[in-house]
Design a protein around this ligand. Sequence first.
Ligand code: NOJ
Ligand code: CA
Length: 724
Amino acid sequence: MNSRKTFIAAILLLLAIPVLANQTLTLHSPDGNQLLTVEQRANGNIFYQLTYKGKTVIAPSAMGLRLKEPAISLTAFNIPFIDSSATDNTWTQPWGEQAVVRNNYKELILHTETKGDKPVRVRIVFRLFNEGLGFRYEFPEQPNLNHFVVDQEGTQFAMTGDHKAFWIPGDFDTNEYAYYTSTLSKVDASGGGFAQEIHAKTSFDKNAVQTPLMMKSADGLYINIHEAALVNYPAMNLVVDKSNFTFTSHLVPDAVGNAAYLQTPARTPWRTINVSDKAANILMSRMILNLNEPAKTNDVSWIHPGKFVGVWWEMHVGISSWDYSGGQVGSQQATKVPHGANTANVKRYIDFAAANGIPAVLVEGWNTGWEDWFGQWKEDVFDFVTPYPDFNVKELSEYAKAKGVKIIMHHETSGSVTNYERWMDTAYRFMKQYGYDAVKTGYVGRIIPRGEHHDGQWMVKHYERVAQKTMNYHIMVDMHEPVRPTGLQRTYPNWLACEAARGNEFNAWSVGNAPDHETILPFTRLMGGPMDYTPGIFKIKMSSYNPAKTEQVHTTLAKQLALYVTMYSPLQMAADLPENYNAHMDAFQFIKDVPVDWTESRVLDAEPGDYIIEARKGKGTDSWFLGAITDENARTVKINPDFLDPNRWYHAVVYRDADDADWKANPEAYMIEKLNVFSGRQISVNLAPGGGCAISFVPFTAEETAAFKKEGAKIMKEYSKKKH
Ligand code: NOJ
Ligand code: CA
């Protein structure tokens, strides 16, 4: 390292950190807990290492890439110079889990070049936050590299032991697998247990897993590996070598087996490692957001987070169809059922939304093509502008407008993306013509261009084009079956949500989601961004629609309420049917009240796979909302609402499992209790197996406070006596 002295001087001056001898650089996070060590070995290879509070998180791990065109290896370098800097600022989100985000990190840039007479320059950029590490490769404009094709990336993540991992099989096309919990040595992604449920899937290595990958080490570290700002590049899977617990990245290939086509200047996404000794800190990290570029638009006035109902669950439970002729998806001897998206039925949902303050209604199956959309790998299926004869688009948009409700458009592409690309502008103009300002897209099935994958570079660019184009049209978007999110909602604030994991819908027609599923998702899929999980199912057992059915939602009703807090999305569906909500209006009150946009969020306690307790403060209000969920085990949670304003009283409404509730035996039994609480009053709640609890805290009005003064003072005094 030629300019080592300059570097050392600079870094000592700026960051005051020690540099170890022998081609080794070190960098501490702002709070000193994270330590990055970068080491260059004699052959020019670069290794990075990460420790947290003195414990090794990532043992020395290799870096670099292999190019196909030109056929060179970017692994052994000279390092002519190094830059370092520190950044600490804040920025405001238009919507999110917290309004103001602090971006505080130290940066180290290795300006490297390959050895030999035609050196290729690569910048390796590290950003070290209090929450963990991000790094990426950058390819500046240069004489010896212009267009190039990436064959594979050699980035490694060496774990220190046989950690417990929450993983899904590595795959080029789907992230809708159920989670496995096992040690790394027990990873076996060949399982195939989901063969019938996931339509397009391409697993490739029995030792491969997807990110976000959540792990827990025997010495109590919580470690999460993912990526940030996945743009113009394929997604990264991780292949584990079980002999040393080292992951090597494996990029999703394209139709001819290449990973990425780039032209300088170019850069890879950030590779991210979140680490803490508290699981709650993993959930509260905003590092991935911070590693994304700021919003591409300053005008966010047209972007509005919100809840919605939809002509949707009724298709998934099999009582109506997308298809005008009444056929049911995937069923060979289809029993005909009514077409769901008919004008009268849509009006029924609009009425329900209007009556309950729900701002929007999603309508699926409104357009022609559903007779022949599934499994054919057919190119021209939908045109996105031709309604079925019983869906009166003009009448419905006027009806919705008069009721103050928005209809959400649905664009299922059936994986035929070439077709969608041809129709996008026309389809978005059609939406604007009829007053739609949000679209749910979908990519069920094998991709066209044939041979491309959902998670390859071509599709990654497509999803970004959709985000950009909808932004140009002032349309909000929710994508189903896209690549896993990597924080791009910061750059495209109209890209409100994605599915990109196994949603609640699997509970309607498959073995479903195990009771621990929702305690894992925030530690995995949601690390990258909001999920359209579609919570709020009140009718838990599918036998209520068809006695022959054994499928069911694997939670209690109360847990479905808690998900509105624990599963963050600015777009939250109240997914069940109006009649099921009308039968439980007291419980539905929580869905009506709970916001989707927050000033502040606090994870009170959490353990992946076991439980999550989280409280959030609604934006523009002084009200707080709490969600507590458990896995298959019953649990008593003690909530200290110390997040509340200590000088105020609050009306707390506790929606909890009834004493005899159980996700399997008695899932719909709940209780609602009303209490007056203040910040010092502990609330103890029993969660049933597969259960949960939701609490709203609304501050007393001035009049209520005055009327309660004497009694309140007395209660507070008693509590403070108890404490001492
Ligand atoms: C799968 C999506 O996840 C679901 O929400 C949608 O209803 C179907 N595809 C049909 O597009
Ligand atoms: Ca889906």
